[in-house]
Design a protein around this ligand. Structure first.
Ligand SMILES: [Fe+2]
Ligand SMILES: [Fe+2]
Length: 256
């Protein structure tokens, strides 16, 4: 019941759950950033003073969130695969497909990382987010290909047998048209020297993969080792232009 003696609405129930989760943290208050609220259709943010008043004697979380799997002091890409990527099956399947097709390691790595934006952060413009995350650590061709798959995914290329995905018709409706910025990006990519690298991501970006296929991250540890420049300080602590993205992923509920 709420304070008016009526059954809790869905959003009141969600608020109560959130509050319970906060109490579970016992020592510290974890905060949800504006983006988390926007995803629920609310233009809101957690108000610091109000949260403190509701949790007397506590301080805000300024580090690891105890509800999430712990990360080592010097995290590697593999640690993020294991502890922060919500799903890795699609990435491993795409990379396995590329590996079996005898593609060069650069392409295999691009397939392995092409959707880390979705798996870790956000769907919207995920190719751009993912490319930005990996840019300081991979060959420029790899991050370029990851960025451009965002646009290329929507455009067929019969010369290599790439069709507009059937699934996109189900996902977005038969009348969906990519926005002008995506069309413009596709046109730029089409004439680029690395076009085919990004196109190969889309060719290996399969949703109808054999469900019995065994895919393991272990199969890619060496390829990652040779092609992803793991910073010795740990991903997030190396002051690269995208280090903050890895830190945010590590500590998504830090107050600041
Ligand atoms: Fe994608
Ligand atoms: Fe994908």
């Amino acid at each position: 019941m709420n304070e008016h003696g009526k059954p809790l609405t869905l959003s009141e129930r969600a608020d109560a759950l959130e509050e319970a989760m906060m109490h579970e943290l016992s020592e510290r208050i974890a905060t949800r950033s504006t983006l988390f609220y926007l995803a629920e259709g609310k233009v809101e943010m957690a108000q610091g003073q109000a949260l403190l008043a509701a949790n007397p004697g506590k301080h805000f979380l300024m580090g690891a969130d105890p509800r999430l799997p712990p990360m080592p002091e010097k995290p590697t890409l593999i640690d993020f695969f294991k502890a922060r990527f919500a799903t890795t099956a699609h990435l491993l399947q795409s990379a396995t497909h590329a590996l079996k097709a005898g593609q060069p390691e650069k392409v295999v790595l691009a397939c392995l990382l092409h959707d880390i934006g979705v798996a870790s952060f956000i769907r919207c413009d995920h190719g751009y987010w993912g490319a930005q995350m990996i840019e300081p650590y991979v060959d420029e061709e790899v991050s370029w290909a990851v960025r451009m798959h965002q646009a290329l995914r929507f455009f067929p290329d019969p010369s290599v047998g790439y069709e507009y995905p059937e699934l996109y018709i189900k996902f977005f409706g038969a009348d969906y048209k990519p926005e002008p910025y995506i069309v413009a990006e596709y046109e730029r990519a089409r004439n680029h020297k690395w076009y085919m690298t990004s196109r190969l991501i889309t060719l290996n970006d399969i949703y109808a993969f054999d469900p019995d296929a065994k895919v393991h991250l272990d199969d890619f540890v060496d390829i990652i080792g040779r092609n992803f420049k793991q910073p010795k300080e740990g991903l997030g602590f190396d002051s690269s232009p995208s280090a903050h993205m890895w830190r945010t992923l590590m500590w998504p509920t830090r107050f600041l």
